[in-house]
Design a protein around this ligand. Structure first.
Ligand code: OGA
Ligand code: NI
Length: 370
């Protein structure tokens, strides 16, 4: 199936389909990812990474925004005044921006730095050890791969990722985590899970619902941690760290190092999400846009490739529970005659199938719109 899609995409882009498929497979078979290409000393971009000509032209015509993503200070959350301020800032940011950063979120900097350090160690360890984790099997709890949509995208992205999937079970099984990042990942998972719970409570309030409403829908339970490594790139203008996409989850909490490159689409322009020391990026993802019936916005974002690197980031996707029969749709409380439902109801199975049958730069919302 993947092969057919890869060939079809190559044909549409005017590339020889057999050549492209062979190149993709050869790259995949190295199990060494983009980092492996750099280690091998390449100085120009392999064809599979080069963005299609129409995209490169379109890029030249796009403006760059100077807008600054909202920064929300979570300190003093226990006091009524501050709590009110925080909920109102979160509401505004989620409605108008879809992206914000949080500071004074309670996670010690040592835990954040430790996580980045552990991810660096994972990606930079001996390739033979790392290869044991290389897999495209979505059911594997801990796996490493380059480009989750390698065979479905028009151009491959300049990044490798380690995925730690905590969907089916609530706890991390220490033995399953790679030894080089085991203890730092356990600390980070614990803290981000706590922060996620707090944010869902605040977001419920911001939607005008009871505080535990989103938690009761189990939004905060299933989490997938995707730990990205974006190597330095010899020709950054020809490719991307990750193509534009929205996240297939309720909410994403992202830890990034200080290099930068993350952008989101705001007012028809790409806007930088500049790193703040100790800050975390939060974005509304597709499922929260759906359950909020478009009150909150899931916004397109991407990462530029960079001559400087590696850049590292860790996305925690709050995905909800992976029960195939579970049904999602706009929350009834938010629907009225004036505010009719914009999405039909659908099962988790349907949602997951939709994600794995498209390239990540295609909308995850359209399929469910009424
Ligand atoms: C993602 C993502 C951004 C980054 O993993 O979905 O958008 O900065 N990551 O790595
Ligand atoms: Ni994303």
């Amino acid at each position: 199936m993947d092969e057919l899609i890869a060939k079809e995409i190559a044909t549409q882009s005017g590339v020889d389909p057999d050549d492209r498929l062979e190149d993709l497979k050869a790259f995949d078979d190295t199990k060494a990812g983009v980092k492996g290409l750099i280690d091998a000393g390449i100085t120009s971009l392999p064809k599979i990474f080069i963005r299609p000509a129409d995209e490169l032209v379109e890029e030249l015509n796009l403006g760059r925004s100077q807008a600054r993503v909202p920064v929300i200070d979570l300190s003093g959350i226990e006091s009524d005044d501050q709590h009110k301020r925080i909920v109102s800032e979160l509401r505004r940011a989620s409605e108008e921006w879809g992206f914000f950063q949080v500071v004074n979120h309670g996670i010690p900097e040592s835990v954040l730095d430790g996580m980045i350090d552990g991810i660096c160690k994972f990606h930079e360890q001996d390739t033979e050890l790392k290869k044991e984790y290389y897999s495209r099997d979505q059911l594997r709890k801990v796996r490493y791969e380059s480009n989750i949509d390698l065979y479905r995208s028009r151009a491959a992205n300049w990044r490798d990722s380690l995925t730690i999937n905590l969907l089916a079970c609530n706890e991390v099984e220490p033995d399953e985590l790679p030894p080089v990042c085991r203890s730092t990942a356990i600390d980070y998972v614990y803290h981000v899970t706590e922060l996620g719970g707090t944010l869902f409570d605040l977001l419920s309030e911001a939607l005008g619902m009871k505080m535990d409403n989103l938690r009761a829908m189990e939004c905060a339970r299933g989490r997938t941690f995707v730990c990205h490594y974006y190597p330095a790139c010899p020709e950054p203008d020809l490719t991307l760290g990750v193509n534009k996409h929205t996240d297939p989850a309720f909410l994403t909490i992202l830890l990034q190092d200080q290099i930068g490159g993350l952008q989101f689409f705001h007012d028809n322009q790409w806007t930088d999400v500049s790193p703040i020391p100790g800050g975390l990026v939060v974005n509304i993802a597709d499922l929260l846009q759906i359950v909020s019936n478009d009150k909150f916005k899931s916004v397109e974002h991407r990462v530029l490739a960079n001559r400087i690197g590696p850049r590292m980031s860790v996305a925690c996707f709050f995905i909800g529970v992976a029960v195939p029969e579970k049904i999602y749709g706009p929350v009834k409380e938010l629907i009225s005659d004036k505010n009719p439902s914009l999405y039909r109801e659908f099962t988790v199975r349907e949602y997951i199938n939709n994600f794995f049958s498209r390239s990540i730069d295609k909308s995850g919302l359209d399929h469910f719109k009424i």
